[in-house]
Write a protein that binds this ligand. Sequence first.
Ligand code: ZN
Length: 489
Amino acid sequence: MTTFEKVMAHARRTQALSQVMGRLGWDQETMMPRGAAGQRAEEMAAMEAVLHARRSDPRLGEWLALAQAPDAAGQAQLRLIRREHERTIKVPERLASALARAASLSQGAWAEARARDDVAMFLPHLREMLALRREEAAAIAEGGDPYDALLDDYEPGITGAEVAKLFDALRPRLRALRDRVLGASTPAPLRGEFDPDTQLALARDLARRFGYDFARGRLDLAVHPFSSGGGADARITTRIERSDPFNCLYSTIHETGHATYEQGVDPAHALTPVGQGVSMGVHESQSRILENQLGRSRPFTGWLFSAMREAFGPLSTPDADAFHAAVNRVQPGFIRTESDELHYNLHIMLRFDLERDMIAGRLAPEDLEDAWNHRFEADFGVAVDRPAHGMLQDVHWSIGLFGYFPTYALGNVYAGCLDAALSADTPGLEASLEQGDPSPATAWLRWNVQRHGGLYEPRVLIESATGAAVGEGPLLDYLERKFTALYDL
Ligand code: ZN
């Protein structure tokens, strides 16, 4: 065995164990009995300890110093394995296990606090998660910016300052467009009651149309839709509301984007660091482009209008144009995951500023509710009416995901870039979408983005797929084009 082969054998087993731990997380959010929460936290902490020991194994460090990659893919593997090794050795095993245990318990507490609108119930968990993550970030940053250290875990290579600059560039045109849209007359929403089983059947059909392979995945219900796993087992979840079928249908398309990314990576890289999505931002670009640029487009909603009439009977929207307007209705709502495309990035900017302040120690958990509510009213013009509509709405901070939110907006920016390139490359796309067939676009994404897995750094990947520098321009152009037409501005 060459030293490189030793590194890869070690990495494959680590990756397999990491998939097992991911499946425990999937189980926790879909199937686990409520009474198992305490035991599950111990199981997660034990798995984390095993993974931590493998990733920080001194033998791995010695091999990495000597290993010679046989080709470019091998070099990418070594780069990713080295990065993970170097991060892990800075974090004591005690802290890694404590984080996994606390996150598992905190997530359950958050769900209950959210259901009861009880901030006080959640605060001790938030305090602990923040303290643990700040300790970890400081250890990794070694004197640098702790927030950057956290961000780097989700979007390698980008800094908080770069994100802030991007947001400053996005904000003015986004707000100006939002204000013009809100000044115009609001289209009617889709009204009615929609049978849950029929919603789920249509959601499955949509997942298939957008390229999801059910032989290597499954669709279940969860409180907060998510996707998990990879390779031959990439699972998705959705949720169902009787009065709002778009919640289920578009959550499903969104998660399908994540899962088809994982399913689309070249199987030659299975169970290796290169064999998965390269970053959360690129991941989000795959889900957002399916959900928005394709799924909420006029050609595709034209098909969906017919499909929904066939499934549910007559709809409250009289024709395909009214249906398209209902799908893309702009309204300053409380909930990020139900937000329209114009308000979505404003939700992210709010969270980015608040979490950066928390990690820097400028904002204490007990002051978060006030800070959130003030900022929300300033940005959205509406006062938060209850904590479940405010600081308790997202799962992320409860499980220590600080530095994660910006990747959602980055994903939107990447999706804007990719959409401009794939539209130019795919002349028959609109006609295909009118038939409910997004496959020319999903094939383009598979070829230009997904199959590469972690071979290239995120920005390099997007720029080589699009042939242009990453920037906010294409996203803003797309939004202005779309909503100017929709709202007759
Ligand atoms: Zn997503």
